[in-house]
Design a protein around this ligand. Structure first.
Ligand code: NAD
Length: 274
């Protein structure tokens, strides 16, 4: 993959792994964007350090962004384009889990609104700003086993297995992740005539700081995951980034508006006594 990649939420977890993978793929530029600029800078440095120094090196750039703020998102896109001239792949991984799990009967409006402004409005802001940039670009020729394929851009949003199914005490998060999938599908249709693909990846449990934070008050959660997930474990971040990279690449040139579930079978199971 030779183009320019922009990853939000790149300071941690799935976003950090995706940004690192774009560096490993040899993209000419990789932007690590996050609300935590110090951590994004560390992640960018560490990704560069992990790549063999003799191979072609990407240039990296860390940017501060608050995805819930359209002005901040527009500024991120214009700085990225100022540095690298274009954006070919965008992975939108910035998001928040449930800060305070509780029944809808006790959930504060502020808690509910916070999740929606980061997870839903953030997704809208990023797809809109990146999409507006991509439509102006000349397509990029990507080499595949069967010759060159032209791509004007790909956007992958991190949705969740909670985009399809609910769980108790998480209505703020579950509402937001259902909406992320709706936005992805709508944007896919709006951008298809421009040759831009928009897809969602829907993980189950992934071993990241977001999950450690959620599990910190519930010590038995790892046991619970082992019992519920057919593979008996959480995903590693790399198992998600591999799917994100496939969807970003021209190997997925006819895939748009899709929701790729990466959950170790969690949402396929039927509960029985055995
Ligand atoms: P994480 O907490 O490790 O990383 C999220 C990153 O987003 C952090 O670096 C954080 O600073 C950044 N961020 C938060 N608010 C922001 C804002 N307003 N602007 C810019 N950056 C912001 O989380 P993760 O587990 O890597 O999750 C990444 C995405 O994947 C999220 O959308 C999450 O909902 C989704 N997801 C995660 C899991 C899981 O089990 N970890 C499962 C399903 C879906």
């Amino acid at each position: 993959m030779k183009g320019v990649a922009l990853v939000t939420g790149a300071a941690s977890g799935i976003g950090e792994e995706c940004a690192k993978s774009f560096v490993e793929e040899g993209c000419v530029g990789v932007i690590f964007a996050d609300i935590d600029l110090d951590r994004a800078e560390e992640a960018a440095e560490s990704a560069l350090a992990s790549v063999n120094s003799t191979s072609a090196r990407s240039r990296v750039l860390a940017l501060k962004v608050d995805v819930s703020d359209p002005t901040s998102v527009d500024s991120m896109v214009s700085k990225a384009v100022g540095a690298f001239g274009r954006i070919d792949y965008c992975v939108h991984s910035a998001g928040v889990g449930a800060q305070q799990p509780s029944s809808i009967l006790n959930m504060s409006s502020a808690e509910f609104e916070d999740s929606q402004s980061i997870n839903i409005t953030g997704t809208f802001n990023v797809i809109k700003a990146v999409g507006r940039q991509m439509v102006t670009q000349t397509p990029l020729a990507e080499t595949t086993r069967r010759g060159a394929k032209m791509s004007r851009g790909s956007i992958v949003a991190l949705a969740s297995c909670h985009s399809f199914a609910a769980a108790r005490n998480l209505s703020q998060y579950i509402t937001s992740k259902h909406a992320v999938l709706g936005l992805t599908r709508s944007a896919a249709l709006d951008l298809a005539s421009h040759g831009i693909r928009v897809n969602a990846v829907c993980p189950g449990w992934v071993d990241t700081p977001m999950v450690s934070k959620a599990a910190s008050g519930i010590p038995e959660i790892r046991n619970y995951i082992e019992k519920l997930v057919p593979f008996g474990r959480m995903a590693e971040t790399q198992e998600v980034s591999e799917v994100v990279l496939f969807l970003s690449s021209s190997r997925a040139s006819f895939v748009t508006g899709a929701a790729w579930v990466v959950d170790g079978g969690l949402t396929r199971r039927v509960f029985t006594s055995t």
